[in-house]
Design a binder for this molecule. Structure first.
Ligand code: TXA
Ligand code: MG
Length: 302
């Protein structure tokens, strides 16, 4: 399977593969034609950069340049793992098509044996956005990928359900002080512990990370985030108005909530409910921040 995947990628094809966060839709990061096809299949605007995946922390210097000490410290602490570091792009190794023409590149070493075997076999960088159509819910199983992309992808490698369930945390390490561009699988508390101070959050604003568009990660149903005490009354009110309502049962454990979030949103969508009601965990430095962030963006989509 890995051999076939490598052949397909080398030939400019697209391979969906599992990571610990969500499934990625991979293309050779140095091949402009493959990247153009990747963007077409995703339905993604050309100026939205994708994350380049690597097998080893040492590849930071092959795919990026002018890598700072703090970038290295984060890589050493959290790779393989759900962290993406934005550094200066090394031309030649990463085509500008991968980065929306920017001179920076987001790099990540994923913590999944299948992803690592593939990345190790290919040697270079693999550009891989989440393997869903642009703006929709990210896939956390191979079946989700097939349902979204069908025959537009040359191969889907099934590595089972993703263990983390929300995307990587993105940290910009190009400036004098690191800044969080997207909250995700590595909590802000853990990042702060490495630098000895909380990181700035730059999760909105003109360019931060375009995956941070206010409306994103959206199922087809309208999503409403409510406080737990208001849940039953809001459900009743919507039903009285003639809406079909699906309630997303929130696990008390935030890591479990992150793991099941996207699959539950998809299941509720398949029941064709009009409104999905969800409660958000508190945004207090742990993985709950990522769950709350994705729910807020899903809710902003309509
Ligand atoms: O967990 C993940 O990160 C998953 C798995 C497959 O690795 N990937 C993922 O990719 O979520 P995608 O394309 O759905 O989201 C990538 C995000 C986008 O918000 C994009 O704007 C941001 O990363 N990004 C990538 N390169 C960037 C750069 N050079 N500067 C700023 N943001 C960047
Ligand atoms: Mg995505």
């Amino acid at each position: 399977m890995i051999e076939r995947a490598v052949e397909i990628l080398r030939a400019g094809g697209l391979v969906a593969f599992p990571t610990e966060t969500v499934y990625g839709l991979g293309a050779d990061a140095a091949n402009p034609d493959a990247l153009r096809r990747l963007f077409a299949v995703k339905g993604r605007p050309h100026d939205h950069p994708v994350i380049v995946h690597a097998a080893r922390t040492a590849q930071l210097d092959e795919l990026g340049r002018d890598v700072s000490q703090v970038a290295r410290a984060f890589g050493d602490a959290f790779w393989p793992g759900p962290l993406t570091l934005v550094v200066a792009r090394r031309p030649g190794r990463v085509a500008p098509e991968a980065t929306g023409g920017r001179d920076t590149v987001g790099i990540r070493v994923p913590d999944h044996p299948v992803a690592l075997a593939l990345l190790d076999a290919i040697g270079g960088g693999v550009a891989a956005p989440s393997a869903n159509r642009f703006g929709r819910v990210s896939p956390t199983t191979a079946a989700h990928v097939r349902a979204d992309l069908g025959s537009d992808v040359d191969l889907v490698i099934d590595g089972g359900p993703c263990a983390v369930g929300v995307e990587s945390t993105i940290v910009d390490v190009t400036g004098p002080a690191p800044a969080v561009l997207r909250v995700g699988g590595v909590s802000e508390d853990r990042l702060a512990a490495i630098v000895g101070a909380p990181l700035a959050r730059r999760t909105s604003g003109e360019v931060a990370a375009p995956g941070t568009l206010a409306a994103h990660y959206a199922p087809r149903a309208r999503v409403e985030v409510v406080d737990r005490p208001d849940l039953a009354a809001r459900a009743e009110q919507l039903r009285a108005e003639g809406c079909s309502v699906g309630v997303l049962d929130a696990p008390a454990d935030v890591a479990e909530y992150a793991r099941i979030l996207y699959a539950r949103l998809r299941e509720l969508d398949e029941r064709h409910v009009d409104v999905i009601l969800a409660t958000a965990p508190a945004d207090n430095g742990d993985l709950g921040a990522a769950v709350a962030d994705r729910l807020r963006r899903a809710a902003a989509a309509r």
